[in-house]
Design a protein around this ligand. Structure first.
Ligand SMILES: [Ca+2]
Ligand SMILES: [Ca+2]
Ligand SMILES: [Ca+2]
Ligand SMILES: [Ca+2]
Length: 287
């Protein structure tokens, strides 16, 4: 037993060294935020890229741990889509000059071929559109809702993610990008049977803040996809899994609110990371 324990501790140390991490720290700095860097290929001024690619490149945590885009965990499935709002208001979108993600504007009501109303088929097809838009790191490729209405869905991540520390910590795992940071939504972890587990977390405008160290801007397009003047600031909510009351998660339910001040309708992109030691090693650490 003693030998097994020794081996397990050695493994934990090896994994942390591999990540280039200092040992997990519980000390101070709970307000320190990750730094999120974007690239805008072909555009020296990032604000000129708002009809093209605004690519999340890397996330640098306060302790120096860096996750490059190749290690991001994207949503892989969208299930149980609900939307009962008006037509001409809810869409998946991307810049017309985008090379990452399909360019253009896709309204939910149009997907079944009958643009007069939103059908069950529309909701299913829109969920597939969301999967495509969220499977990449282009922050322009996102959902947008222009109505005082709500929607909900279950999102399945490509892979299960584990908390970097089972206590509250400064390496959040879930990043929710939202235009202007003026929306309200509830995030709920689900188990593999899609049953709620842990604690629901309400994300309010105060939780959705400017990206650091530099603000990030995304595009505005009219109903026909034509660029509109100005830009939206892309803000982010960063959620440590401890806030959701779980140590790992693959399935999440997101429910956007229909009121809450400002433009309550949520414009979303979700990207996750996993900076944890191997799950078995982390479990051993807690023995
Ligand atoms: Ca329709
Ligand atoms: Ca964490
Ligand atoms: Ca944690
Ligand atoms: Ca918004």
């Amino acid at each position: 037993m003693r030998l097994q324990h020794f081996v397990a501790m050695g493994l934990t140390g090896a994994v942390l060294t591999c990540l280039g991490a200092a040992p997990p720290s519980s000390g101070g700095g709970s307000t320190a935020r990750p730094q999120l860097y974007v690239t805008t290929p072909g555009y020296a001024n990032p604000r000129d890229a708002v009809n093209a690619d605004v690519l999340l490149d890397r996330i640098v945590f306060p302790d120096g741990v860096t996750v490059m885009h190749g290690d991001f965990v994207f949503p892989g499935q969208v299930l149980q889509m609900t939307y009962g709002g008006p037509i001409d208001r809810f869409r998946v979108q991307n810049g017309s000059l985008a090379t990452v993600g399909q360019p253009g504007i896709f309204y939910i009501e149009d997907l079944d071929g009958n643009g007069a109303s939103v059908s069950d088929a529309d909701r299913l097809l829109f969920a597939e559109r969301m999967e495509l838009a969220w499977a990449n790191r282009n922050l322009n490729n996102r959902t947008l809702l222009h109505a005082q209405s709500g929607y909900s869905f279950v999102v399945g991540l490509e892979t299960r993610i584990w908390d970097s520390s089972f206590a509250s910590d400064n390496r959040p795992e879930i990043f929710i990008f939202e235009d202007q940071g003026n929306s309200v939504m509830t995030l709920q972890a689900l188990d593999d049977d899609l049953v709620p587990v842990g604690t629901p977390v309400e994300i309010r405008a105060v939780d959705i803040t400017s990206i650091q160290p530099n603000k990030v801007w995304v595009g505005r397009w009219g109903n026909d996809g034509a660029p509109q003047s100005g830009t939206y600031e892309c803000k982010v909510a960063s959620i440590d899994l401890s806030r959701l009351g779980v140590t790992h998660v693959k399935w999440l339910k997101v429910t956007t609110a229909i009121s809450g001040g400002g433009e309550a309708s949520a414009d979303l992109k979700i990207i996750c990371v996993d900076t944890s030691p191997a799950p078995a090693a982390q479990t051993m650490t807690f023995d």
